[in-house]
Design a protein around this ligand. Structure first.
Ligand SMILES: Cc1cc2nc3c(=O)[nH]c(=O)nc-3n(C[C@H](O)[C@H](O)[C@H](O)COP(=O)(O)OP(=O)(O)OC[C@H]3O[C@@H](n4cnc5c(N)ncnc54)[C@H](O)[C@@H]3O)c2cc1C
Length: 356
């Protein structure tokens, strides 16, 4: 375990904003966790786990606690009756795992190619893209529970997965150390998503997990800004989920006021409908490319909030609040952030001594 003091959070997060973390402890094995937690307890400090920082907003005031930087490696393959199991360390870069699965011609993870971040963070918000969600291929999640010092393996149906959500988002004492996935040697392409339908029409090969992964990475390259030049955490908000009646009323307004023969796209979810917020921002509010100071909505995908090099966390928050208000005023929908404040997921041991 390495210990660093006063580390700039802008160096640890893809939005590239924020002050300094008081301490950063880099974890390279689950066995290091008890010592890391003893370190935080002795100082009476809270901790927060960070992977690649691609889904958090770090405050300008910094973080006056301990960041546990998840770097546990490892990728183990084993054969089960009808599938292959991959047990993957929480610190493994997500796309490295996707490429490893593709090199074995295994199906299940290909539509999630190119998503930034670590394997350990994937279950936290149940990552999803191009018609796939990670919970469908997760067999179990192994955690270290900071509340009782026990390691345990949680089966998928106890993980509380739903759209961009899981129990891990609400139980910050659970430190994910590895994830077991179920991948299939036989599978078929899931290409019923608009971008993949278009890619197929353009002659792209979508016949193998590797080919799909490459196409998805190409599509994504056009949808997101270059992470080397700009700060971003990808889609900043969740897509709203509405009742059918609320959807019908909004769609009617859209047809009456904006596009006589148009309709708002929808994706059915159990008992409700999900609508693309990018569509609302673009077609209803005309906010594609909208700029507020050093932050803006990406021209190619208005749900993606982008920060110029000199932006601050307050600038990002100001743009987010501006959008939240405009969407509410125009539609009555309170949108929810997908990107959370760093401290949202902190854990403080109430029995720890407090630093004087
Ligand atoms: C350009 C871009 C595109 C993106 N596209 C998508 C997309 O298509 N679909 C999608 O779902 N997401 C997308 N994201 C969001 C992001 O990539 C995912 O949420 C990813 O899983 C975050 O991984 P991370 O390691 O960076 O997590 P972090 O940002 O470091 O952490 C995210 C949250 O998880 C917690 N956490 C992290 N690791 C652990 C752990 N081991 N144990 C317990 N808690 C942990 C953190 O405390 C924090 O609350 C995108 C982001 C960017 C920048």
């Amino acid at each position: 375990m390495t210990v660093r003091e006063d580390v700039a959070l802008s160096e640890l997060t893809t939005l590239r904003v924020g002050g300094s973390a008081r301490y950063v402890l880099t974890l390279s094995s689950p066995e290091e966790i008890p010592a890391a937690l003893a370190f935080t307890r002795e100082r009476g400090l809270p901790f927060v786990v960070l992977g690649q920082g691609s889904n958090v907003l770090a405050p300008d005031s910094g973080y006056p606690g301990v960041v546990l930087l998840m770097r546990i490696p490892g990728l183990l393959w084993s054969e089960a009756e009808n599938h292959t199991r991959a047990s993957v360390g929480a610190g493994v870069p997500w796309d490295e795992f996707v490429r490893a699965a593709a090199s074995r011609a295994l199906w299940g993870v290909e539509n999630l190619a190119g998503i930034p971040g670590t394997v350990g963070a994937a279950p936290v918000q149940n990552i999803g893209a191009y018609g796939a969600e990670v919970h469908t291929i997760i067999e179990s999640v192994t955690v270290y529970d900071a509340q009782n010092g026990e390691a345990r393996t949680i089966p998928r149906d106890e993980c509380g997965f739903s759209y961009r959500d899981s129990r891990f988002k609400h139980e910050p004492h659970l430190i994910i150390t590895s994830v077991a996935f179920t991948l299939a040697p036989d599978g078929s392409p899931r290409t019923d998503y608009a971008d993949l339908i278009a890619a197929r029409a353009a002659g792209k090969d979508l016949s193998t997990p590797g080919a799909i992964g490459e196409t998805v990475r190409e599509v994504r390259a056009a949808k997101f800004p270059d992470l080397r030049a700009y700060g971003t955490a990808g889609s900043f908000f969740k897509n709203p989920i509405l009742t059918q009646e609320a959807y019908d009323a909004l769609s009617l307004r859209y047809r009456t006021e904006i596009a006589p023969y148009g309709s708002i796209p929808l994706y059915p979810v159990p008992g409700r409908v999900k609508i693309p917020l990018a569509f609302i921002l673009d077609k209803l509010l005309g906010m594609r490319g909208f700029r507020l100071g050093p932050t803006f909505l990406f021209g190619n995908q208005p749900l993606v909030l982008v920060a110029d090099a000199h932006a601050s966390a307050a600038d990002v928050d100001a743009l987010a609040r501006n959008i939240e208000q405009k969407v509410y005023d125009a539609t009555g929908i309170s949108i929810e952030r997908e990107v959370r404040d760093l401290t949202f997921h902190e854990y403080r041991d109430e029995n720890a001594k407090h630093e004087s």
